[in-house]
Design a binder for this molecule. Structure first.
Ligand code: NDP
Length: 284
């Protein structure tokens, strides 16, 4: 396929942009009612996928409320019954393994398949490492490590059962590779390093089944998660900006391209990789 095939006389089966098309694909995105999760869910729906946003029960300020309007404005992408992307919301707690298995099964039964999974739900708390309360420490690891695993596992089971060459994307973090000066994020950093090694292990095990597993590791991105730390602390924001070569924080929409690439057929030879979108912070 592609240019080489075209040069050798055979018509290319797909153009470069068509490789990103998601029409007919079904996706599940955890933590999908706000922040990075919602942004990536919207990107997948724009690409044509049916996207299930899985999250804790919606709070009154959930950005999810604004989504219906966006969905009605999605472009028609093709012919046939399934012409455009769609978004659905389902309540979930990623720390409940059996519930995650059931949710993935319900989606697969309703839509006939699960092609894409973005394990995005996560929490961030800080405390000095010698002071961390054991229960709080375990709670963070439960969401960020066990939750990511149960999500990927639930989707992977449906992909395997239906013989689907799916793509699982774990939202890790630059904090899985480097530490954040003065932030007291031992638990978070530990959890994200675990997610990266989980991703590599799952990629090796699931590769022979045609299922790809990769990570997307953002740097500092403006969302509720980071705003909670920045509130009224312009000095901290300046410090964070100075920690990457681009000298600024990122926005959730700057992760869309990498997520679409990983989720789609544009990256069919990529598995076990950590794609860093961090303004160059891990390059320093
Ligand atoms: P947000 O806090 O804005 O969104 C996280 C979402 O996850 C929320 O909707 C939250 O629900 C949901 N969630 C939390 N716990 C659970 C749970 N147990 N079950 C289901 N859903 C849950 O964070 P971001 O959008 O910033 O972060 C998304 C991911 O990106 C996280 O994994 C984070 O670690 C990672 N990341 C973020 C960076 C950043 O700078 N923002 C940088 C690097 C990585 P609710 O709000 O109702 O609690």
């Amino acid at each position: 396929t592609g240019v080489v095939a075209a040069l050798s006389g055979a018509p290319p089966t797909r153009t470069a942009l068509a490789q990103f098309a998601l029409l007919g694909r079904v996706a599940m995105v955890t933590g999908g009612q706000r922040g990075i999760g919602l942004e990536l869910a919207l990107a997948l729906a724009e690409g044509g996928a049916v996207v299930y946003c899985l999250d804790l029960p919606p709070t009154p300020d959930a950005d999810w409320m604004k989504v219906q309007q966006f969905c009605s404005s999605l472009p028609d992408l093709g012919v046939g019954a399934h012409k455009k992307g769609r978004m659905e919301y389902m309540s979930c707690n990623v720390t409940d393994q059996k519930a995650m298995w059931t949710i993935a099964e319900q989606i697969a039964e309703k839509e006939g398949r699960v092609d894409i999974c973005i394990a995005n739900a996560g929490v961030l708390r800080g405390a000095e490492c010698l002071e961390w309360d054991g229960e709080d420490f375990k709670k963070l690891l439960d969401v960020n490590i066990n939750g990511a695993f149960f999500t990927a596992q639930a989707a992977g089971r449906q992909m395997e059962k239906r013989n689907i060459r799916g793509s699982i994307v774990m939202i890790a973090s630059m904090s899985g590779t480097i530490t954040n000066p003065n932030m007291h994020w031992t638990a978070y950093n530990t959890s994200k390093a675990a997610v990266l090694q989980m991703m590599r292990s799952m990629a090796c095990e699931l590769g022979p089944k045609g299922i790809r597993v990769n990570a997307l590791s953002p740097g500092y991105i403006y969302t509720n998660m980071t705003k909670a730390f920045l509130q009224g602390k312009s000095e901290l924001e300046r410090m964070w900006c100075a920690q990457n070569p681009l000298g600024r924080l990122g926005n959730p929409d700057e992760l869309r391209g990498a997520a679409l690439w990983l989720a789609s057929d544009a990256s069919t030879f990529c598995t076990g990789s950590d794609i860093r979108v961090d303004g160059g912070q891990t390059a320093w």
